[in-house]
Design a protein around this ligand. Structure first.
Ligand SMILES: Cc1cc2nc3c(=O)[nH]c(=O)nc-3n(C[C@H](O)[C@H](O)[C@H](O)COP(=O)(O)OP(=O)(O)OC[C@H]3O[C@@H](n4cnc5c(N)ncnc54)[C@H](O)[C@@H]3O)c2cc1C
Length: 412
């Protein structure tokens, strides 16, 4: 009998799953449902579009024809509102009922609002969709002054957009440096300098107490908790994601922040899988539950979920993710889980070259590389292999990392 596979979400996780399902099950019924008005696009490139550096076209990955050619039923502008695991069916906002044999939830997240006065004023942007990127670009092209909030990987995108669009901006951070959970102040200072060079001034021990608006409800300034006032007719906020789990209410599917899945991307309900940013997955490398917000990891999870939807327990998810930033004249990459661990080491090699590794139980669990990214494959290999190397920090921090040297020193 023909199996029916339904996928909620046409981001990279959902779309990769659909592609794998079609490749491996030529006769299956496959439906992909998204509440967005466009098919899969490159979410990691929308910042380049917002900077004004790329036209719309290369951002799109799949046109609707891509789905037609593969006999995949793509439903755009369709919000799934309910899942009935016992009845094996879902409901859309138009009360359409769609039945499934196997379901994949790949619904990602929605940016968190800053819980302060006037945070919904005109001119305040959150950044997740291509539509967001279009409004950010339109507004940034006309704006003179900006305020950025959120000292993480998405906040720096907004800061770089201000830099590229000649918006003089203040980047308000709560601590004393950018992404303080993953970088030391010394490493972050390389990024701070790069921001300053582009007209974005980092402000530490700050944040937002409330926004001020004009008579038309358009933002004009942010007042920080110290009472300092920063002018801004453009505001970008990136303080985290709320995971899109509302549709799971009443299903009993285990979740806490994200959806719990095992190494095969199975949720706690029969025939329901999850993949991408939405999952709190069993990380077979760490040996514990983890969460990841990166394109490559979401893609790999979608593919693995599809394989296990077709053939139960056929492939485990075992993956070291990476996330790179190309805003500055030097490359930047984080991999694995650089914000966790019980031990670390770091070194600065030059004004634009720095490295930090995070360890847990003696094993590498993540890291950040600035300037020279070439050691990333060695570090990732060590992480995948789960080798205890924290006692060899000197060898690990050599400019060029040779795994054979490391093996020798381990034997000594
Ligand atoms: C500006 C920006 C820059 C980024 N840069 C990088 C980078 O440089 N490197 C990197 O690795 N990662 C980057 N990321 C993160 C990366 O894009 C995500 O980790 C990845 O796209 C997650 O894919 P996903 O398929 O899990 O979720 P998403 O891409 O969020 O897709 C989920 C889809 O499901 C839809 N949906 C949700 N609920 C429903 C529902 N009930 N019914 C129907 N549809 C629904 C959503 O609208 C969305 O289209 C960036 C993200 C952003 C926003």
């Amino acid at each position: 009998m023909t199996q029916s596979y339904v996928i909620i979400g046409d981001g990279i996780a959902g779309s990769s799953a659909a592609e794998t399902l079609r490749e491996e099950a030529p006769d299956a019924d496959i439906t992909v449902i998204t509440d967005e008005g466009e098919a899969l696009y490159n979410r990691i490139l929308i910042k380049e579009f917002a900077k004004g550096k790329l036209p719309e076209m290369p951002i799109s990955i799949h046109e609707p024809e891509w789905y037609e050619e593969r006999d995949i039923d793509l439903q755009l502008n369709t919000l799934v509102t309910n899942i009935d695991p016992d009845g094996h069916r879902i409901k859309t906002h138009e009360d359409e009922i769609i039945e499934y044999d196997k379901l994949l939830v790949a619904t990602g997240g929605t940016p968190t609002q800053l819980p302060v006065e006037n945070s919904d004023a005109e001119g305040i942007h959150h950044f997740w969709t291509f539509q967001d990127a279009r409004s950010i670009r339109n507004h940034a092209e006309d704006a003179d002054t900006g305020i950025i909030v959120g000292a993480g990987l998405l906040g720096i995108d907004l800061a770089a957009i201000c830099g590229a669009q000649d918006v003089e901006a203040h980047y308000l951070m709560r601590g004393d440096s950018w992404w303080r959970y993953a970088l030391s102040t010394e490493g972050a200072e390389i990024l701070h300098d790069a921001m300053r060079e582009r007209g974005v001034e980092p402000v530490f021990q700050s944040g937002v107490d409330h926004f001020e608006t004009d008579d038309d409800g358009h933002v004009t300034a942010a007042i920080d908790p110290n009472g300092d006032r920063y002018d801004g007719d453009f505001v970008g906020i990136a303080i985290g994601l709320n995971f899109n789990t509302e549709i799971l209410q009443g299903t009993g599917i285990e979740r806490d922040g994200g959806i719990f899945v095992d190494e095969y991307m199975r949720t706690s309900a029969d025939d329901i899988f999850a993949a991408g940013d939405i999952t709190r997955y069993h990380d077979t490398i760490l040996g514990e539950r983890a969460q990841n917000g990166s394109w490559d990891s979401a893609k790999a999870q979608g593919t693995i979920a599809a394989k296990n939807m077709l053939e139960p327990e056929s492939e485990e998810f075992r993956f070291v993710s990476s996330y790179s930033i190309t805003h500055f004249d030097f490359p930047f990459l984080s991999f694995g889980h650089p914000t966790i661990g019980d031990d670390e080491c770091e070194r600065k090699y030059s004004d634009t070259e720095w490295r930090r590794l995070a360890f847990k139980d003696g094993k590498i669990v993540g890291g950040v590389l600035i300037g020279d990214l070439s050691p990333q494959s060695a570090y990732k290999q060590l992480m995948r292999e789960g080798r205890v190397v924290a006692d060899q920090k000197e060898a690990l921090l050599q400019q060029s990392v040779d795994l054979d040297d490391l093996a020798q020193s381990q034997e000594q």
